[in-house]
Design a protein around this ligand. Structure first.
Ligand code: SAM
Length: 208
């Protein structure tokens, strides 16, 4: 990844990236393998929120697995592509998917009480204030026992930015969250035709 993701923290930058001719490096045409594995091995409770869903690959995979899922992203071009993908995809009931343009820092504006939240690279894209607002929003909308899973770039990826075990845990510290685990993971990316696997962290936690 030539540029740091924090270079893209202005929402219009993300939108411009999705509108451009060259797909952004995280746009690999399929869900991040570590989150797909979580979907396959867990019984996810519905409804599912895919926060910062991009063009919808993960949300669609979750819907195809029979879940009711809402994908939200601040980038209108990403949501537009996600809706096109949904229209082209076969999602058999009880699976169901819809996509909304929304700012993850204002989740309280969503009329949703997700019992599962999947985050594939959103939290690590937010600045400190954005992360705080995002986690506060999760705290507000998640009912007790809701599962939150966050896949975030690790500092160990060697990009000069990223999250740490302590940093991720700190974001979900406090009485609202319980059973927090952080494990080593990978983020798949593609840049200039090259497939990369970057060191990442997977946090899971539950709303107390
Ligand atoms: C690294 S990309 C990951 C996209 C997707 N989850 C994936 O795995 O392909 C981060 C995503 O977060 C979105 N994003 C950044 N800030 C956001 C915000 N405040 N609210 C909602 N989405 C945001 C970006 O538009 C982008 O789609």
């Amino acid at each position: 990844m030539a540029r740091q993701l924090h270079d893209f923290d202005a929402l219009h930058d993300f939108d411009a990236l999705y509108a451009g001719d060259v797909p952004p490096p995280w746009e690999i045409g399929r869900p991040q393998p570590v989150l797909l594995a979580l979907v396959r091995r867990s019984v996810l409770a519905d409804p599912v929120l895919d926060a910062g869903c991009g063009t919808g690959a993960l949300a669609l995979a979750v819907a195809r697995a029979g879940h009711r899922v809402v994908g939200v992203d601040a980038a209108a071009h990403a949501i537009s592509r996600a809706r096109e993908r949904a229209a082209e995809s076969i999602v058999e009931p009880p699976g169901e998917v819809r996509f909304e343009v929304a700012d993850a820092r204002r989740l309280d504006r969503l009329d949703l009480r997700p019992r599962t939240v999947l985050d594939s690279g959103l939290l690590h894209s937010l600045d400190d204030a954005g992360r705080e607002a995002y986690v506060a929003g999760l705290e507000a909308i998640c009912p007790p026992d809701a599962l939150v899973a966050v896949l975030a770039m690790s500092m160990d990826a060697g990009l000069g930015w990223g999250t740490t075990d302590d940093g991720l845990r700190a974001a979900f510290a406090g009485p609202a969250w319980t059973g927090t685990t952080v494990s080593d993971a990978e983020i798949a990316a593609r840049t200039a035709g090259e497939d990369l696997r970057l060191a990442a962290l997977l946090l899971t936690t539950r709303r107390a």
